[in-house]
Ligand binder design. Structure first.
Ligand code: UTP
Length: 411
């Protein structure tokens, strides 16, 4: 970035063909401090209705370093989002407006119960799928999304360091790693006995964020990676996005420092673009892997069902498999639902609990979400445990360069 601190504000403004009257007075007075690129960013912020961020700016000569740091941050936020900060604000504004207006994102869709396999722990069917899953596990990679802050939990540490059970105090990360290693060993033993093939390591990716990265690495290093080879574990850090103050998507400033934009992790959907841009998916595909399993930071029971679920994917040849749990009607957990549009489109997705009941009522089910003969809602509960077939997954991501459509979740 060229340094233009010597140029006058008027020179820069005329060079960029900007009318300086568009700039709030507090910014206009300081323009000479910035490079043309930074002034372009200022222009973008103003065009995007963000003049308030300059409201508290001091006279030139006061806090100049902080003003420059402000634009460094804006540049970072701009470069780390597809389409830049303007696109982020625009999308957020549209999504927030739809959410405020109570717009039904499922307009034109009819919900129905998706097809799937019901697993009952320990019965013959379960054992059959479990055996198939154990065999298949050495063709799998595991991805833990662990960039979340856990704000609602009210806990300051990283969630994967919490005890998964209280008798030994084993933390979630240890339990996950030991489970993957146990699966790796069982899978290798089985296939060695069957085909005489050699030992394979199951890759393990952890998505972190600025809030969790250092502490996750420290937890791994101070515990010798809980027995896993350090080279088997890869940490991918997601970038943060700007926090928004209101439904107009006004950028939120730090209450303690008005030159700082508050930021937070973008949501676990970032994992797809990160995996794609890191090139790791192609490495896995070229190494002959077939499955990618996604899971979350605090699910202590998960690995009891992982082998059987993977077996379901393998035997039924599911490209996308979402492991779900029994869910009481209206329980505050999203329901896995098939949605069929008037125009013929159809998809199986998670419908949030506050949307499922009204959607059912609006589409010919006057009682909404009710329990069926099993005593549970026919729409199983989403736990965000996905098993994707690597080939088709990579093909889909290649179409969008790894970008995934966003949704808004005001909390
Ligand atoms: P949650 O929905 O529990 O969100 O995340 P959270 O941010 O951790 O918690 P709150 O909302 O602040 O209370 C579900 C999973 O997604 C991960 C979390 O670590 C958890 O495993 N996650 C969430 C990310 O990896 N990145 C994010 O930006 C958000």
């Amino acid at each position: 970035m060229a340094s233009t601190t010597a140029s006058s504000a008027a020179e820069i403004v005329s060079k960029l063909n900007i009318n300086d009257l568009d700039f709030p007075p507090n910014l206009a007075k300081n323009l000479h401090l910035f490079s043309p690129d930074q002034i372009e960013l200022a222009k973008m912020l103003i065009e995007m209705g963000q003049s308030h961020v300059f409201q508290h700016w001091a006279e030139p000569g006061v806090d100049d370093d902080q003003k420059k740091a402000f634009f460094d941050k804006v540049a970072k936020l701009d470069s780390s989002y597809p389409g830049g900060l303007a696109s982020y604000i625009k999308t957020a504004r549209e999504l927030l407006a739809d959410s405020k207006a109570g717009k039904n994102p499922y307009d034109g869709f009819t919900p129905s119960v998706p097809s799937g396999e019901v697993l009952s722990f320990g019965d013959d069917n379960f054992i059959k799928f479990e055996e198939a899953g154990v065999k298949e596990a050495q063709n799998a990679a595991f991805v833990l999304v662990a960039g979340g802050l856990g704000e609602r939990l009210g806990y300051n540490g990283i969630k994967v360091a919490l005890p998964a059970e209280t008798t030994t105090g084993t933390c979630f990360l240890q339990q996950y790693i030991e489970s993957i290693l146990a699966l790796q060993e069982a899978s290798c033993k089985l296939t060695q006995a069957l085909y005489g093939t050699s030992q394979k390591e199951i890759p393990f990716v952890i998505m972190t964020s600025d809030d969790t990265h250092t502490r996750t690495l420290e937890l791994l290093e101070s515990n010798s990676y809980f027995g896993m080879k350090p080279t088997q574990v890869k940490l991918l850090k997601q970038e943060k996005v700007a926090c928004l103050d209101d439904n107009d998507a006004r950028l939120a400033l730090d209450p303690h420092n008005k030159y700082k934009i508050q930021t937070k992790p973008h949501g676990h959907g970032d994992v797809h673009s990160l995996l794609y841009s890191s090139g790791i998916l192609k490495i896995w595909r070229d190494a002959g892997l077939r499955w990618v399993l996604f899971f979350q930071d605090t699910n202590g029971l998960l690995f009891k069902a992982i082998p059987a679920s993977l077996g379901v994917s393998a035997i039924k040849q599911y490209e996308v498999n979402s492991l779900a749990v029994q869910r009481k009607a209206k329980e505050a957990i999203g329901g896995i639902t098939r949605l069929t549009h008037k125009d013929g489109r159809s998809m199986v997705i998670n419908v949030e609990y506050n949307q499922l009941d009204p959607l059912l009522r609006a589409t010919g089910h006057p009682d909404g979400d009710v329990n069926c003969e099993t005593g549970y809602s026919p729409f199983p509960g989403n736990i965000n445990q996905l098993i994707l077939e690597l080939g088709p997954y990579l093909e889909e991501l290649t179409k969008t360069g790894g970008a995934i459509k966003e949704f808004v979740n005001p909390k």
